[in-house]
Write a protein of this length. Structure first.
Ligand SMILES: Cc1cc2nc3c(=O)[nH]c(=O)nc-3n(C[C@H](O)[C@H](O)[C@H](O)COP(=O)(O)O)c2cc1C
Length: 484
């Protein structure tokens, strides 16, 4: 890596330096040349099975990524060597908590508070990615070290591309991940299926008969990843201002070469281009966060005009499918967003859990200290109102550990009377990628489950073993040489 600059504090390489210094066991380097087909993804899943979630650097992905022959040196040409693949940067709660400088336990609260402390951005004169420029006939995205992740994938996918564009009506910009299917030297398929800002900006541009100017940023800090997933905020706020709030300092941006877009100055690679207004082409299938091959897509097309990069650029990829790298941030974001929405009206809500096993999306579990009948129903409606992906909401009393799914199932088993405690909202907008959503309208039936005890009358008493007794039992077992 080149020498560090002040931009690096907000960059992918700044994050890697922090991990190497503070959590040396959590950064693994593979120096051997590996097959760009499946090897990096399979290695991460093997580690996950073994209970490990380290950041991984694959230094040679099939020899791909030597772009030195293509670059016009606008400073210095890129180094002649394979470009390293960095992956699994957001799979580890301890590392994400360290990014916010808090404990793992404090992560959801710190995230939910700081993502509302919007900070104006700073625009610096030069991006770190201005070392080299590749354009015209030299531009060849197939030379990037883009892994093929699952055998169902239609092609290698760029999975860590943060797409930035401005609202054609208001000029406010956004940034977010969108999967990018490698189709050719300057052509990528893109799906805007989450139907949030980028989808809407493209729709507004297309209504005017215009392509949407877009910059793809590759190689950002995990706090950019986290901030880009925030969805409930005022329309005049920039996502970059949310990310600045997470950093606790103005996010440093630089003007790139497409329209008047500003992108993170410390990024590794910028691809400038546009999403075409009216062109739709097959895109997918792709191994999605649902654990299924997804054939559903908005089938848009991005045409690249120019690539700029750091001299020794790193290529970032998110591990797809149900990998933690793909899902953990969604869990934390949704927990924070739902908690923020609930706390406005229900101060007795004590926690929210969006489990990984429900794809970090489809089920939310809410704990509350219920004071009146009907509060769980209010909580369900508020949670469903914040997020179209969430379709099942379970409300439990605060004696239930919402992070222990066994405890949650026990509450459902013993506190739910189905005819009065389960209710449905049919025909609601759902997620396109949810395989159970209607194949034409993408609607779903939402469900609330009130698994709380009734108020105002006696209910069966829960069995508990008190803390002193538990401590004595642990001491007894220890003396008997029985490890716990
Ligand atoms: C790794 C990853 C990949 C994603 N891929 C897509 C995608 O291909 N299409 C999409 O519409 N949303 C995708 N999302 C979700 C969006 O990034 C997310 O909803 C974001 O907030 C949308 O930003 P926007 O409001 O700027 O559109 C992805 C999220 C993650 C974490």
């Amino acid at each position: 890596m080149s020498e560090t600059t002040d931009l690096d504090a907000q960059s992918l390489r700044g994050f890697l330096t922090m991990v190497e210094r503070r959590f040396p066991d959590e950064l693994l380097r593979i120096r051997e040349r590996v097959d760009p087909r499946f090897a990096s993804t399979a290695a991460v899943f093997e580690l996950e099975r073994a209970g490990r979630s380290p950041v991984m650097v694959f230094e040679d992905l099939g020899g791909l990524g030597d772009l030195s022959g293509q670059a016009q040196a606008a400073g210095a040409a890129p180094a002649a060597r394979p470009m390293p693949l960095v992956t699994n940067i957001a799979a580890n709660r301890a590392l994400l908590a360290a990014c916010l400088d808090v404990s793992e336990e404090a992560l959801p609260t710190a995230f939910r508070e700081r993502c509302r402390s919007y900070l104006p951005c700073t625009v610096v004169p030069r991006g770190a990615w201005e070392d080299a420029v590749i354009e015209g006939d030299d531009l060849d995205l197939t030379r990037l070290p883009i892994p093929l992740q699952f055998s169902v994938d239609a092609a290698p996918y760029i999975t860590a591309g943060q797409l930035t564009a401005r609202d054609p009506e208001t000029g406010v910009d956004t940034t977010g991940f969108h999967r990018l299917m490698l189709k050719g030297r300057n052509r990528l398929g893109v799906s805007l299926h989450s139907r949030r800002r980028m989808y809407e900006f493209h729709r507004r541009a297309a209504a005017r008969g215009q392509n949407l100017p877009v910059a793809i940023t590759l190689g950002v800090h995990p706090l950019h990843y986290m901030g880009s997933m925030v969805y409930a905020y005022p329309p005049d706020v920039r996502k970059f201002e949310i990310i600045g709030g997470l950093f606790g300092a103005p996010y440093q941006l630089a003007r790139c070469g497409v329209a008047d877009l500003e992108v993170p100055a410390g990024a590794e690679i910028i691809i400038e281009g546009e999403i075409l207004a009216d062109v739709h082409e097959p895109e997918g299938p792709f191994g999605e966060f649902t654990g299924y091959a997804s054939f559903r897509s908005t089938q848009n097309v991005f045409v690249a005009h120019r690539l700029r990069m750091r001299r020794d650029a790193l290529f970032h990829s998110v591990v797809s499918g149900m990998a933690k790298d793909h899902i953990l941030v969604s869990c934390i974001t949704r927990e924070g967003e739902i908690l923020n929405a609930l706390k406005r009206n229900l101060p007795n809500v004590t926690g929210v859990h969006v489990p990984h096993s429900t794809c970090g999306a489809f089920t939310a579990i809410i704990a509350m200290r219920k004071t009146a009948e009907g509060e769980p129903q209010m909580a369900v409606m508020a949670a469903l109102g914040t997020e179209l992906y969430t379709k099942h909401v379970i409300v439990v009393d605060d004696d239930v550990d919402i992070f222990d799914l066994n405890d949650v199932f026990w509450a459902i088993a013993t506190r739910v009377r189905a005819e009065q405690d389960i209710f449905f909202v049919p025909g609601a907008k759902g997620a396109i990628l949810d395989p159970s959503s209607d194949p034409q309208s993408f609607t779903v039936t939402k469900m609330g489950i009130d698994a709380t005890r009734p108020t105002g009358r006696d209910f069966a008493e829960r069995l508990v073993i008190d803390e002193d007794e538990r401590a004595r039992a642990r001491a007894l077992l220890e003396r008997a040489g029985i490890p716990l």
